[in-house]
Design a protein around this ligand. Structure first.
Ligand SMILES: *Cc1c(COP(=O)(O)O)cnc(C)c1O
Length: 396
């Protein structure tokens, strides 16, 4: 028998979401998540994936993954600390440390898990965390899990951060104070002001933590936001994902050997959840080696991003102030934003609408994620569709 209280809770809340048009219907892909995707037997130009470099469908990586399955099987068989550490996991971590120019690195099952793992391994109820108000949900949850006092600062507002860092450290209330930020903010595509954050951290002896999920593979010729600013030895925790530009799945923390040693004995997702599959580890390692050997995909990503941005801007769309390939088309009104995304879809472009509460009210947008795998023809076709739908809805 199922609980009546639960059933009532679920049906009331689901109905409420559906009535408000906030229930997210998922469209399964009938193809790989490449530059062209197939949904409901229809082909669409895909401007919604985080597969920045097109590596999710790369032939070399597919071969490497298959070879890893033949050698190691489909699963790792245990958590890392029992006997689920295969040689390929160690090789992946060594490669990650080289990629990030750090002493060591530790791999996790996802970027989300990194934040569950790393923050609470170091911070506790006697500590404080200064957190950018637009930080990713997994950072917010990771901070909560640590039980540290969370002090939010205004988005990329260095005066606010400085004042709050001063107050927190001078109060003598906390053993440790950490500052934590996304490297690249995923909704607007702006870059964290890391040189200033590092300076403030040095002044007040803050622990620095940068989650660079959207920066790795993208900025710093691929090595990420920290490298972009030349701060590799100034940031304590560099978090990355293997699920976006790297094209596979997983996450990692890169930093000093001592930090990684500690995470290997104290971070709970490492101790209590099975490691990524051999195929994931092998494909991720190879993808990172490819990024270190050649910047061609990275250059193609930027070329395509500039092309799409220039095209949308010329058509008269408000594309915000993005400094990265993330290209929002800001519409404002939530209902109109959703209608715009729907009409783009009908015309052959898959670009998701993002509205409150993911972004502030009145700043609804369709977010475009160009990749290295798009051709000029695909982008031109997308721009033609944008123009037609934009005019139809009187957005341009
Ligand atoms: C996407 C993202 C994550 C989650 O990464 P996954 O590997 O998909 O779990 C974590 N942090 C930030 C900042 C992200 O943008």
């Amino acid at each position: 028998m199922s609980s009546n209280i639960l059933n009532q809770f679920l049906s009331e809340n689901l109905e409420d979401l559906r009535n408000k048009g906030l229930y997210n219907e998922i469209d399964p892909l009938e193809s790989a998540n490449g530059p062209i995707i197939k949904i409901n037997r229809k082909e669409l130009i895909n401007l919604s994936s985080n597969n920045y470099l097109g590596l999710a469908t790369n032939d070399t990586l597919k071969t490497i993954a298959k070879e890893a399955v033949d050698k190691y099987g489909v699963g790792a068989g245990a958590v890392r600390t029992i006997n689920g550490t295969l040689q390929i996991h160690v090789e992946l971590e060594e490669t990650l440390a080289k990629f990030k120019h750090t002493e060591a690195a530790i791999a996790y099952q996802s970027g989300f898990n990194c934040n569950m793992a790393a923050i609470s391994a170091v911070m506790d109820k006697n500590d404080a965390i200064l957190s950018d108000e637009l930080n990713h949900a997994s950072i917010i949850d990771g901070c909560r899990l640590s039980k540290a006092k969370i002090i939010r600062f205004n988005h990329s507002d260095m005066d606010d951060l400085r004042a709050k860092a001063k107050e927190a450290t001078e109060s003598g209330q906390y053993n440790k104070v950490m500052v934590i930020t996304d490297g690249v903010f995923s909704m607007d595509g702006d870059i964290a002001k890391l040189p200033e954050i590092v300076k403030i951290a040095e002044e007040f002896d803050l622990i620095t933590y940068v989650d660079d999920a959207h920066g790795s593979g993208v900025l710093g010729k691929g090595a990420g936001t920290v490298k972009h600013f030349g701060l590799s030895d100034k940031v304590d925790f560099q978090i990355g994902t293997l699920s976006k530009a790297i094209g596979v799945v997983g996450g990692y923390v890169a930093g000093k050997q001592q930090l990684i040693d500690w995470l290997k004995v104290r971070s709970r997702p490492f101790l209590f959840s099975t490691s990524v599959t051999p195929a994931d580890a092998a494909a991720s390692k190879k993808a990172i080696e490819m990024l270190m050997e050649s910047t061609a995909l990275n250059e193609k990503l930027w070329e395509n991003s500039e092309y799409l941005k220039a095209g949308l801007k010329k058509l008269g769309f408000n594309i915000g102030d993005s400094e990265t390939p993330i290209t929002p088309c800001i519409i404002g009104d939530e209902v109109k934003t959703q209608e715009f995304s729907k009409k783009l879809n009908e015309a052959g472009v898959y670009a998701k609408s993002i509205v409150f509460p993911t972004v502030p009210r009145g700043t609804g947008r369709v977010r475009n994620m160009p990749s290295a795998a798009h051709t000029k023809e695909m982008l031109d076709q997308a721009l033609t569709i944008y123009e037609a739908v934009g005019k139809e809805l009187e957005i341009i």
